[in-house]
Design a protein. Structure first.
Lengths: 141, 296, 1072
């Protein structure tokens, strides 16, 4: 039973280039993720893993097994690109780039994750600018 | 000595205190910080897809303008800007064909020749000034203050652009020791603060701040020192919000390293902008009598 | 956490005389040295040395660099064949890394107890010259004629005078971090590595000695001399074996997230071994480094620094899974209340009895968690919290342990590059020495005449190292085979004392302070003098010293002694030395007896002077009682027929024959099929280098057919076997005709076969379900139709109740074949279902990573208690596609995979002829049909029955590299009796009194060496009586003890002698 419950995108309508999720991710990220040993180091080191529905090593597994519902997981949007996983991975797989690739697959279809409407004026002034720049870079196409 | 300086967006708005205190320190050390001309957004965060050259344009343009001023070194205060600029610098060095593409796209600008070296202010203090020199200049040692250094992500990862070892960094520890403070080690010092999730997932960030701070507090830490404006906001503001979620939790004051150096060097605390913090930093300093501490 | 290392502070000149006049009663101050002493670079010293002068030159046959277990095994093999060996080691003792271990897996034998006898044997071997504290400077020449320059550092202690008493170390004021204890303790500047060191000569660590002279002042034999110089030695040899071993990775620069060096309670596995060791820093008790208390929980992290593409080494270190299991199960057995967890990625329990050892550890309560921890942190009470994901439950967890052990990688010696440069041999990209060709010649280095043995070629465990060392011995003998051989030592003729009354000489040893400080040796001597037949009783400081042995010989001559007793230590270590002394004095060596008044008396009764003295007197008296009745014994000599029989003509058999031929020894290969090659005839290619199988065996077969020393008999089987070592006669059935052959030694190389799956996984019911061998044969003959979906199921018939062992080669084979299929049919989808990925050999881990990344093979891990299910297609059960249902252990879900090709990696068992052979050869076989060696760790190629050896898959399934190393090793072992040409049996053999024997056969069953058989009585052929084969009897006495009629007596230990000993021990009067 799949662990992904949400439905942000209809993955089957995404019409992935070459029809293969793993190839798409590889092309965007330059990372050959088939070498993953499923050791769990990335997941154990990830700061947000407790809120994720799929842990990072499960994300990689889903890509290898060509399960496109990984594009619907909360995980890829929770990732803040802190690079902890990439630094510790014994197989030298850059998981940060894989997460970005998954995000880009969705964002480049003109689907935005963030629709920033719920912020108070006060917060807009207090929160550091670079947070906004980062957010738009990561969540908006 | 003249130091060319790249501010970035946040230093001019939410992190004015970081900028001001850094300027004071530089002046005390005999350096003049000059802001570079015609800078633009650094382009955070650095492009993570291989085919994406577009997002390297913004940082590259900054580097071109630095070269235009005839300089080869730039100082940054913001961790994120430092990381992004360094990553772009590295990318164009490793792939000259990408540099060519970028240069030809920016046809209104000069070509980037690849000569710029980007230094974070901490690096500058460690390598060019040396902590020993700082130690000799200390007038109010931070005696009795138990401080936990917090690095966050951008200073240390990815390894290619790190300013210190990614697993066991010592730069802030060495700095604090030379200022006379007691350093509390914390395994969470290199964990992500929550970054941009502070906008949409506030609780997540509060949890992070709680986790990071509580651990250090259990080991006796009374304050946190860090260098990134976003980390400061997350640990300070969102950390204070965590007090409502977790019982018996009190957020400790969060300092920029530059503020602590300024205090230790006996510079005017008004330049440190302590009023911009959520948890009042001056209280602890007063309690420990730092302003009265005189060097033996 | 290790002690911090110290920096060097001072410079010395060579050999300065004593400085100021300090005299220390006790060490007054401990002077902290700042450096971790490095051995001096030889070239620098060479230049500094003003007096180049005379160089010592040694002419020998083989030089062995490195005296660990591999170096020692190779030296003994070559020395036993009669050639002269020079063996050097850069530390001050031999033994290598094996002596640092506490116990060895999977037998849990005490490591030093198995290694020490080899060490003593080596030091006393007449053909082996041991030079310790020496290193190689340069090498010139060509195979058969090498000139090697060695720099021997001075120990500043005279080896002939030092008795190993430890007085000097007690007064030395300098403490240095001890590298032997892996930095967990300190030692003095004058030291011995460990108590059982060979040679037992103290060494002064020149870099840290301050020249105070305290040691010299207290040394009674006056063995210390600061004027002893280091020297250059030139050795002329024919071949060289390099066996310098390995180092253990310390994660101080890489993998810092595990806190080594930062947190007190994080240690490496080798440091944990030192904690377990009885002569380690905690005397065998497991204590936390931070507070010296017993830990309540211990954790192990596997693969630290191994299997890493970044921040580590890409290869698998091969032994860590097993040693962690061993350390964990030893700790758990001794302290059942300690909570133990091992964090792993794969458990590589691939060898003989390994899987069963791993299962046993789980039964003991050791927890295994599949998850590689991301980082650890220290809590205020110094315990360590580990953060990991348990990949089999999917949860992120944190676990706190009192102590954390890191199973770090085995990495090449730092010195390898320099040594490689000096010797002119290549080093591979990881730093291990490069072999000439991994799949055909793994022992030959990149330069002819220089061979590799042990871990310098890649990590491996003790049995594999020992096999490879024997193989290196065989190859090293080839260039020098025609040189003169020296078997045994020359002794003066024996005096015949059978008509004399016993004239006994008793020599009582002080053993320094070990005996003399705990009992009154004077009194013992006085009491002994009073006994009848004792002509001479003396007590000396060290009876084993060269000086004393000379005095014994003189005493024998002057006083006409015809029996000698030494009352001292254990005959296991010193018995041989004294027997040699007797022979040098012209007496039969069996006229000697030893009374152990040290291990059996002074060491265990050290708190009761009077009682210990009385016991010593009793022990000596009982020895005298026996000695009166000692007789000269003869050792029968057997000639050895100079030919070896090799049963099995596969790769192992062929390699053994070629190795024997290179040594100039004839052999016969018996192969039951019609052509040589064995299993490789059916295979496509071999991993990890994808060489075609036929490219491996065809050149070998060609070499064999050309070789005049090898006789090949195909279509042949051994029908009958008669005789014993050196004198075998066999009847071979070849194509219906019986041929008779004669040979001296036997090598069993009969290989293995796939088991009968008995329909498991629907095998045999569908055309598209096949075993790996069948797949390879089809691929070879281009007989496979293009598949779309391929499923490979590993461990079919393995690691279950019926066959609890691992097939060792299955993982490698399955990956190689997955690659073959993916290469040939790029559009097919390949799934590999596995339980543990056990690719442990050299280059195999990198091969596996390459296959995953570039051929996109999808691996699915399934649990042992929920095996995949195969269902046939209802419409087309015999020919159609199948469906495989498997439980993915990591995602915790069931998956259904369609397959139009299902390949099963079938477990293996012993060859089909094993039953018949084992009865003919009288050798044991285990439940799986694999032959049982005499000692799992240090004698993996020998049977308990002398004269029979084994190699290859007949011992246990193994991959090609290990099989070839074993085959060459078996050739070396089988060549030893042949090279010696004659063999001397034991003197203390058993002897059957025919008239008393009932022929019940109890003794035959009690004999572990197959030395007894029932034969017709000499005068009454209707009766069967037992007969002892003197060539095979080892004098263990089991038969004499087992005999219900007391019809067997053991020479040298007969009932009368034993009874007299017991009476004398208990009753003073009876001793007179």
């Amino acid at each position: 039973m799949s662990k992904v419950k949400e439905k942000i995108v209809n993955e089957y309508s995404l019409n992935l280039k070459k029809g293969d999720l793993a190839k798409e991710v590889e092309e965007l990220s330059g990372v050959n993720l088939f070498g993953c040993y499923q050791c769990g180091t990335c997941s154990a080191g990830c700061p947000y893993v407790e809120e994720m529905d799929l842990t990072p090593d499960e994300v990689i597994r889903y890509i290898i097994l060509d399960r496109k519902e990984v594009l619907n997981s909360k995980t890829i949007w929770l990732c803040s690109s802190c690079f902890t996983c990439a630094e510790r991975c014994p197989r030298d797989i850059n998981i940060t780039k894989i997460m970005e690739a998954l995000r880009q697959i969705i964002l480049r279809k003109n689907i935005d994750k963030t629709k920033l409407t719920m912020l108070t004026k006060e917060e807009k002034e207090v929160i550091p600018q670079l947070a906004f720049v980062c957010l738009f870079r990561k969540n908006v196409g | 000595m003249k130091l060319l300086y790249y501010p970035g967006c946040t230093l001019k708005t939410s992190a004015k205190n970081l900028e001001k205190s850094a300027f004071c320190i530089a002046e005390a050390l005999g350096h003049e910080i000059v802001e570079m001309k015609d800078w633009n957004c650094c382009g955070v965060s650095s492009s993570l897809t291989d085919d994406d050259l577009m997002h390297h344009l913004a940082p590259l343009r900054n580097l071109v303008h630095i070269e235009d001023e005839g300089e080869t070194q730039i100082i940054t205060l913001c961790d994120m800007c430092c990381n992004t600029l360094k990553q772009t610098n590295l990318r164009v060095k490793e792939k000259p064909e990408d540099l060519e593409t970028l240069n030809s796209f920016m046809d209104e600008e000069n070509d980037y020749k690849g000569t710029v070296k980007i230094l974070h202010f901490l690096e500058f203090l460690r390598d060019e000034v040396s902590f020993d020199k700082l130690k000799k200049m200390v007038k109010n040692p931070l005696k009795g203050m138990k401080i936990m250094p917090y690095y966050g992500c951008m200073l240390l990862r990815p390894r290619e652009v790190a300013i210190d070892d990614a697993e066991e960094p010592t730069i802030m520890r060495d700095l604090l020791k030379s200022l006379g403070a007691e350093v509390i080690d914390n395994p969470f010092k290199i964990e992500c603060c929550g970054s941009y999730h502070t906008i949409e997932e506030k609780k997540l960030v509060s949890d992070r701040a709680y986790r990071i701070t509580k651990f250090a507090q259990d080991r006796g830490a009374e304050a946190i020192v860090l260098s990134c404006p976003l980390c400061r906001f997350n640990l300070d503001v969102r950390g204070k919000e965590a007090e409502k979620i977790y019982n018996n939790y009190k957020q400790v004051p969060v300092y920029y390293y530059s503020q602590l150096i300024a205090v230790a060097l006996g510079l005017d605390p008004k330049n440190c902008g302590f009023g911009d913090h959520a948890v009042d930093p001056i209280l602890l300093l007063k309690k420990k009598g730092v302003f009265e501490n005189k060097r033996e | 956490m290790p002690l911090k290392s110290y920096n060097k502070k001072m410079d010395h000149d060579l050999g300065i005389p004593l400085q100021d006049d300090y005299f220390y009663d006790d060490p007054e101050e401990i002077i902290e040295r700042k450096s971790m002493p490095k051995l001096e670079t030889t070239e620098k010293k060479l230049k500094e040395l003003a007096k180049k002068g005379e160089k010592k030159v040694i002419d020998a046959d083989v030089l062995i660099i490195g005296a660990g277990i591999s170096g020692m095994q190779a030296a003994l093999d070559i020395g036993d064949k009669g050639y002269k060996v020079v063996i050097i080691d850069k530390t001050s003792t031999i033994g290598g890394a094996m002596v640092k271990l506490d116990k060895t897996f999977p037998t849990n034998d005490c490591s030093i107890c198995t290694a020490a006898p080899k060490m003593v044997e080596l030091s006393r071997h007449p053909n082996i010259e041991l030079i310790t504290y020496a290193d190689v400077n340069s090498l010139d020449g060509k195979p058969g004629n090498f000139k090697v320059n060695i720099w021997r550092k001075s120990k500043y202690v005279d080896p002939d005078k030092c008795t190993g008493c430890d007085d000097c170390a007690e007064v030395c004021p300098v403490e240095v971090v001890n590298p032997f204890d892996e930095k967990l303790s300190t030692r003095k500047a004058i030291y011995i590595e460990f108590p059982q060191a060979v040679p037992i000569v103290y060494t002064i660590d020149y870099d840290n000695c301050i020249g105070c002279g305290s040691c010299d002042r207290v040394c009674e034999p006056e063995a210390i001399s600061f004027l002893e110089k280091s020297e250059e030695i030139e050795v002329n040899v024919g071949s060289v074996i390099v066996a310098t071993g390995f180092e253990v990775f310390e994660p101080t620069e890489m993998r810092k997230e595990y806190g080594y060096g930062k947190y007190d309670n994080v240690i490496t596995a080798l440091q944990f071994e030192r904690l377990l060791s009885s002569f380690g820093p905690t005397e065998g008790k497991v204590f936390r480094p931070s507070d010296r208390k017993k830990p309540k929980s211990i954790g192990w992290i596997q693969c630290v620094g191994s299997r890493s593409e970044q921040l580590g080494f890409p290869y698998c270190s091969r032994v860590c899974c097993m040693y962690a299991t061993k350390e964990a199960s030893i700790a758990k057995e001794a302290n059942p209340d300690i909570d133990i967890t091992i964090y792993y990625m794969d458990i590589r329990a691939y060898g003989k009895d390994f899987q069963q050892y791993y299962d046993h550890a789980k039964d003991l309560g050791v927890k295994y968690v599949r998850g590689r921890p991301s980082s650890v942190y220290e809590n205020p009470d110094k315990s360590i919290t580990v953060r990991y994901k348990d990949t089999l439950t999917g949860k992120i967890e944190e676990n706190t342990v009192d102590m954390l052990v890191l199973s770090t990688a085995i990495k090449p010696n730092k010195d390898n590059k320099r040594l490689g440069g000096a010797l002119g041999i290549d080093v591979d990209e990881n730093g291990f020495f490069k072999q000439d060709s991994l799949l055909t010649d793994p022992i030959q280095s990149s330069r002819k005449g220089i061979f590799l043995a042990g871990c310098i070629q890649g990590p491996k465990d003790i049995p594999d190292s020992v096999s490879m060392a024997s193989g290196a011995a065989a190859k090293a003998v080839a260039p020098i085979k025609d040189r003169e051989k020296h078997i045994g030592k020359e002794f003066p003729p024996e005096k015949d004392v059978s008509n004399e009354k016993p004239r006994i000489g008793v020599f009582i040893c002080h053993c320094g302070k070990n005996i003399a400080n705990y009992l009154d040796v004077e009194k013992v001597t006085e009491e002994t003098k009073k006994l009848p037949n004792v002509e001479l009783a003396e007590h000396w400081m060290f009876v084993c010293s060269e000086d004393s042995c000379k005095k014994i010989k003189e005493a024998v001559k002057e006083k006409g002694l015809n029996r000698v007793i030494v009352a001292a230590c254990s005959p296991r270590t010193h018995g041989g030395l004294f027997q040699d002394t007797l022979m040098e004095a012209g007496l039969n060596k069996y006229l000697f007896e030893m009374a152990n008044i040290r291990n059996h008396c002074s060491w265990v009764h050290s708190d009761d002077w009077d009682a210990a003295t009385k016991k010593a007197i009793d022990l000596v008296r009982s020895s005298v009682a026996k000695t009166r009745h000692l007789e000269s014994l003869t050792e029968e000599e057997f000639s050895i027929y100079p030919k070896a029989l090799i049963i099995g003509g596969g790769v192992s058999g062929m390699k053994a024959a070629l190795a024997l031929a290179d040594m100039g020894i004839k052999s016969i290969i018996l192969e039951k099929e019609s052509n040589l090659g064995g299993r490789l005839n059916h295979l496509h290619s071999m991993f990890p280098s994808d060489t075609k199988a036929e490219d491996i065996i065809n050149p070998m077969i060609k070499n064999i057919t050309k070789n005049k020393l090898i006789t090949v008999m195909t279509n042949s089987e051994l029908n009958e076997l008669d005789g014993y070592i050196g004198n075998y006669k066999g009847k071979v059935k070849q194509k219906g005709k019986i041929k008779e052959i004669e040979f001296g030694t036997i090598i069993v190389a009969t290989g293995f076969k796939e088991i009968d799956l008995d329909g498991e996984y629907q095998y045999g019911k569908n055309k598209n379900i096949m075993s790996q061998t069948e797949l390879e044969t089809k691929l070879k003959n281009n007989d496979l139709k293009e598949p779309k979906n391929v499923v490979i199921i590993n461990c079919a018939g393995a690691m279950d109740k019926k066959r609890p062992y691992c097939c060792r080669v299955g993982c490698g084979v399955s990956i190689k074949n997955a690659k073959l299929i993916a290469q040939k049919y790029p559009k097919s989808k390949v799934y590999l279902l596995y339980r543990d990925m056990r690719v442990f050999g050299k280059d195999e881990e990198e091969y596996y990573a390459d296959v995953l990344k570039n051929y996109h093979v999808t691996t699915i891990r399934y649990p042992g208690d929920n095996k995949p299910e195969v269902s046939l297609d209802r419409k087309n059960p015999k020919d159609g596609p199948v469906t495989v249902k498997v439980h993915d252990d990591i995602l915790n879900e069931d998956m259904t995979l369609p397959a139009d090709l299902l390949v099963l990696t079938v477990n293996t068992e012993g060859g089909s002829e094993t039953e018949k052979l084992k009865n003919m050869l009288k050798v044991p076989v285990d439940a799986a049909g694999f032959f049982i060696e005499t000692h799992a760790k240090i004698k993996p190629l020998d049977f308990s029955t002398s004269g029979v050896y084994m190699c290859g898959a007949a011992h246990y399934p193994k991959n090609l590299v290990d099989a070839i190393a074993q085959a060459e090793g078996a050739a070396s072992r089988a060549a030893i009796p042949i090279a010696q040409e004659k063999m001397k049996g034991e003197g203390i053999v058993s002897h059957v009194i025919e008239d008393k024997c009932r022929g019940c056969g109890t003794c035959e069953m009690a004999c572990a060496y197959s030395a007894i058989e029932l034969v017709p009585h000499s005068r009454d052929p209707a009766r069967l009586v037992a007969k002892v084969n003197r060539a095979l009897c080892k004098g263990c006495g089991s038969c004499a003890a087992a005999c219900l009629n007391s019809a067997i007596e053991q020479k040298g230990y007969n009932s009368k002698q034993i009874n007299l000993m017991i009476s004398a021990l208990l009753d003073e009067e009876a001793g007179r």
